[in-house]
Design a binder for this molecule. Structure first.
Ligand code: URA
Length: 436
């Protein structure tokens, strides 16, 4: 078999066999197939697409290129959740304890933030003492005892995807639905998921700018899951503004606590209930989405979800008293308000720009190894649809006085807000659900 023949076949719109896809991924992983041939193949896929069979085969070839986490010692169906990336997205902090309190085990590996997006691991590490490195036995025992553990990514998961994704990044081949779908699903499968719930975002702050593309990506991922025996459901949600109000690590933990208390922002609560209800259905704790939502709402209202979060923090070495005393979370010494430059109605908020503003304050990383400040960030005051008068606060920055460059952050936050004179129609948060 030769790489050039596989490229040729794909370039001309042909379907590659499982053996050909396995050959490409193995050869690329070992270094036998060079970057220039893999780039040509990725570009051919970009233009010609892939069939469902090809996409599923590629997914498994990449999943099996490294460690495959074995979660079978954990009782029950292990349902993982994945978000295609969001600003102010603290859903894992809420869904983890919420779903675990309903009896579905959550054994999760999460990542750190980079650029304008935050990472669950950084958010958890803003809780004093919280440890995100557990050995395998401790991780498994904790999920069996408590129903919930979250750790940082360890091991060598889907290294072929890592190599191919980096190559796509510099060859203008990231925006291919089958390549994105197989990339995401390969990592979830390698991490040991039995079933997967996907939060596919669309809008200005999202990877998929249009709803049509988000639906195509969701359908491609659900099709992969179906083909490889992992029940998969996708919820498509709007990202034309950040989720909730807080952006920044400890600020987001505080907002997650409010949400677990049943007093969180409406959009965040709605998304958590939507994703969580699919998780409890796939995990066998509810027989319909409506029943799942009822079950989860009950856990928010009766304090069980919050109690689970506290037990989880303590099990991983953290200070559980932050649950009742959120003022014990790291707090920035200074605040400044960003004022509306004109009056009118908020028509849109560029979530990516606000994510970058939070990063500039120190809440995120510009480069992979940069240090972050857990205390800083920003809290939105006005959301889409809200009326605002000139000079009224639209957001509050939580800053360190010594942190220079605040003026440029204020300008960026102002520029992220589109304010218009007519009242805009507010799009619903939840746009569609894709299941098999
Ligand atoms: N996220 C991924 O993990 N892979 C892609 O290809 C795109 C986004």
């Amino acid at each position: 078999m030769r790489a050039v023949d596989c490229i040729h076949k794909k370039r001309n719109g042909g379907e590659l066999s499982s053996a050909e896809i396995a050959f490409l991924i193995k050869g690329y992983s070992s270094g036998d197939i060079p970057d220039y041939q893999m780039s040509a193949w990725a570009m051919a896929v970009f233009y010609q697409g892939m069939t469902e069979d090809e996409t599923a085969t590629l997914t498994m070839a990449m999943a099996e290129s490294g460690d495959m986490v074995n979660l079978s010692p954990i009782r029950g169906v292990k349902v993982d959740k994945h978000s295609t990336g969001g600003v102010g997205d603290k859903t894992t902090l809420i869904i983890g304890p919420l779903v675990a309190s309903a009896g579905v085990p959550v054994a999760k590996m999460s990542g750190r933030g980079l650029g304008h997006t935050g990472g669950t691991i950084d958010k958890l590490e803003s809780i004093p003492g919280f440890r995100t490195e557990l050995d395998r036995e401790t991780f498994i025992a904790q999920v069996n005892d408590l129903g919930l553990a979250v750790i940082g990514q360890s091991g060598d998961l889907a290294p072929a995807d890592k190599k191919l994704y980096a190559l796509r990044d510099v060859t203008a081949t990231v925006e291919s639905i089958p390549l994105i779908a197989s990339s995401v699903m390969s990592k979830k499968i390698a991490a040991g998921a039995d079933a997967i719930v996907l939060d596919v975002k669309t809008g200005s702050g999202a990877f998929m700018k249009t709803r049509a593309d988000a639906e195509k990506l969701a359908a491609a991922m659900v099709a992969i899951g179906t083909q490889v025996g992992r029940d998969t459901a996708a919820v498509i949600s709007d990202m034309d503004q950040p989720l909730g109000f807080a952006i920044g690590n400890a600020l987001e933990v505080a907002e997650a606590l409010e949400t677990l208390r049943g007093q969180g922002p409406e959009d965040l609560t709605e998304l958590c209930l939507a994703l969580g209800s699919h998780m409890v259905v796939l995990g066998g704790a509810a027989s319909s989405i409506e029943e799942g939502k009822r079950l989860l709402r009950e856990r928010l209202n009766n304090g069980e979800a919050l109690a689970k979060f506290k037990a989880f923090i303590e099990a991983q070495g953290g200070d559980g008293s932050v649950v009742d005393h959120p003022e014990r979370l790291p707090a920035a010494p200074a605040r400044i308000q960003v004022l509306a430059p004109i009056g009118g109605y908020v028509a849109a908020i560029d979530a990516e720009q606000l994510g970058l503003a939070a990063m500039m304050l120190g809440a995120g990383r510009a480069t992979k190894d940069a240090a972050i400040d857990y205390a800083v960030g920003l809290v939105i005051v006005k959301k889409v649809g809200d009326e605002v008068t000139e000079g009224e606060p639209i957001a509050t920055l939580h800053i360190r006085e010594e942190n220079g460059g605040t003026a440029s952050v204020v300008d960026r936050v102002k520029a992220a807000y589109s304010i218009q004179s007519e009242q805009p129609s507010v799009k619903p948060l939840l746009l569609a659900v894709v299941t098999k």
